[in-house]
Design a protein around this ligand. Structure first.
Ligand code: URA
Length: 238
């Protein structure tokens, strides 16, 4: 990994602050000054990086954005079905990575995978308000401004055998008959499908476009993932 990324990911400053540290000769690796921010460091050497003569507390955390394909469980392993853990390259299989939250078996799109338990916990807590944007294809009558309005006020799910469940306001954007965008700030189980079902529609395809500012990279195919930049990590932690 690039040395500037290691330092920034470990909380020593923004990427540009870290570049300054490097250029001013404050960073050493095995006693040698490293001034090139793009200098590549092997995992085994990370503990030998010093800032101002003191070893850094390098974060061992890793963060990836996977474009989850259709037909994969959001799990690291499963005896019967394909799961997102199967998509990790071998060298990452021992890094204790786990998906943050859950997308259904057929849902595609942005899935954060990390071994940062604190961040994962934060992002799945009900206190967390980052927007999650879903592109929804559905069957049934076209949704109308009436549903836009009721979603914006927050609907209550009344499901057989369950206590009524009040949902936070959600933004519904009508795209075409049979397609809409839904912006949620919470993540209840099967929430999009249940919200549409409550209005008599059924979801036939679901794709998560973003979590906060995290989105797929241009051309990122299903099953492909990229490592988050320190800016992307900072923005998620924000
Ligand atoms: N809501 C759903 O119903 N399914 C998902 O996979 C994600 C959100």
């Amino acid at each position: 990994m690039r040395i500037d990324k290691i330092l920034a990911n470990s909380g020593y400053g923004t990427r540009s602050q870290v570049k300054e540290f490097l250029r001013s000769g404050r960073v050493t690796l095995n006693g040698e000054v490293v001034s090139d921010p793009g200098f590549s460091v092997f995992d085994k050497d990370i503990s030998s990086i010093c800032l101002d003569g003191s070893p850094i507390a390098a974060s061992q955390h890793l963060y990836f954005c996977l474009n989850k394909p259709d037909g994969y469980l959001t799990a690291m392993s499963d005896d019967r079905l394909p799961c997102v853990g199967d998509l990790l390259p071998d060298h990452l299989k021992t890094k204790k990575l786990a998906p943050v939250g859950r997308l259904d078996y057929h849902t595609t799109g942005v899935l954060l995978i990390t071994n940062d338990g604190d961040l994962s916990h934060k992002l799945t807590s009900p206190k967390w308000h980052k927007e999650k944007v879903y592109l929804v294809s559905y069957e049934g009558e076209a949704l109308t401004e009436k549903e836009v309005e009721s979603f914006s006020k927050g609907i209550t799910l009344l499901e057989k055998g369950h206590e009524p469940e009040r949902l936070k306001p959600a933004k519904l954007i009508l795209l075409s008959p049979g397609q809409c965008r839904l912006v949620l700030t919470e993540g209840k189980t099967h929430q999009v499908k249940r919200m549409l079902a409550s209005q008599g529609r059924s979801v036939v395809a679901l794709h998560r476009e973003s979590i906060g500012s995290l989105r797929l990279h241009e051309g990122q195919k299903p099953g492909e993932m990229y490592a988050l930049s320190s800016e992307e990590i900072d923005s998620l932690k924000d």
